[in-house]
Design a protein around this ligand. Structure first.
Ligand SMILES: Nc1ncnc2c1ncn2[C@@H]1O[C@H](COP(=O)(O)OP(=O)(O)OP(=O)(O)O)[C@@H](O)[C@H]1O
Ligand SMILES: [Mg+2]
Length: 255
């Protein structure tokens, strides 16, 4: 199988000569289609930087990243915009919904911009909303729904374009434990049933236990990798806690 994501020996430096931070220090891995990869590690270990490099929000200093066969470290400004629009879906900790728009309009936005017919847009939005269990609240505004519902809307918005890769940075970070569990069940379902490839940064061992594998970062390097294989979610959760205690420090807030 051809990987959806190939990361080859990337480094990322921030700052200038006098005050330089090596945020990523030689990271390589691949993600296969429909894999659900989690990234964990202490604060400052490079998780967000890695996600930002994969999403082209930041440039790598050295190394290459291929998404769906395309080298994304060398794209023109115009191709970057098209790449993000066509290949990626994003879910952020703070939802990033547009408050003056209803949930329906938020989800539809990317399709509206593409100039798709209204009837077709409605059908896609309704179908996506069903998958995410937000059909009843589509005509509400973000300010009128809960954090968990906002995040499910953000997921709907992220997958409406059928992205090659869904990127999530701490998607459960602002949610209570019940909403967090619901969201993870939903992501798990999208991954299993729709075969969506997901790459998720998280501090939360419970959220991470829904992944098919976890990369642990330390000081900008991959320190360890766990593969779920045939293990139950509970067993995998225990394995994750074991690596976290090995890593020590503030790797995670354990529920
Ligand atoms: N824009 C920036 N300018 C300078 N240094 C940065 C910048 N962004 C991140 N860094 C540094 O790069 C390193 C990695 O940061 P990053 O945000 O990737 O960590 P993280 O693993 O996502 O942490 P957290 O769990 O706190 O979100 C840190 O030392 C951080 O201070
Ligand atoms: Mg971060």
């Amino acid at each position: 199988m051809k990987p959806i994501l190939t990361v080859q020996s990337i480094t990322k430096y921030y700052g200038s000569e006098k005050n330089i931070t090596k945020a990523l220090n030689g990271i390589s891995f691949c993600a296969q289609p429909s894999e659900f990869t989690g990234v964990m590690g202490a604060s400052g270990s490079g998780k967000t930087t890695l996600l930002r490099c994969i999403s082209t929000l930041d440039n790598v200093s050295t190394g290459k990243i291929f998404v769906d066969g395309e080298d994304i470290t060398n794209l023109s400004e115009k191709s970057v915009a098209a790449f993000r629009r066509e290949k990626l879906g994003f879910v952020f900790q703070d939802y990033n919904l547009l408050n003056p728009l209803t949930l329906r309009e938020n989800i539809a936005l990317a399709l509206t911009i593409r100039g798709m017919e209204e009837e077709k847009i409605n059908a896609i939005v309704e179908e996506t909303a069903r998958k995410l269990h937000i059909t009843d609240i589509l005509d509400k505004f973000p300010s009128e729904v809960s954090g968990g519902q906002k995040q499910r809307c953000a997921c709907a918005r992220a997958i409406v374009n059928k992205p090659a890769l869904l990127l999530a940075d701490e998607p459960t970070g602002a949610l209570d434990s019940k909403s967090s569990a619901d969201l993870m069940d939903t992501l798990h379902e999208l991954n299993e049933n729709q075969k969506i490839t997901i790459f998720m940064v998280t501090h939360d061992a419970f959220a991470a236990s829904h992944c098919s594998r976890i990369l642990f970062l330390q000081d900008g390097r991959i320190f360890n990798e766990l593969i779920r294989g045939n293990k139950s979610r509970r067993e995998f959760f225990q394995d994750i806690l074991d690596v976290m205690s090995l890593l020590g420090g503030d790797v995670a807030h354990v529920r």
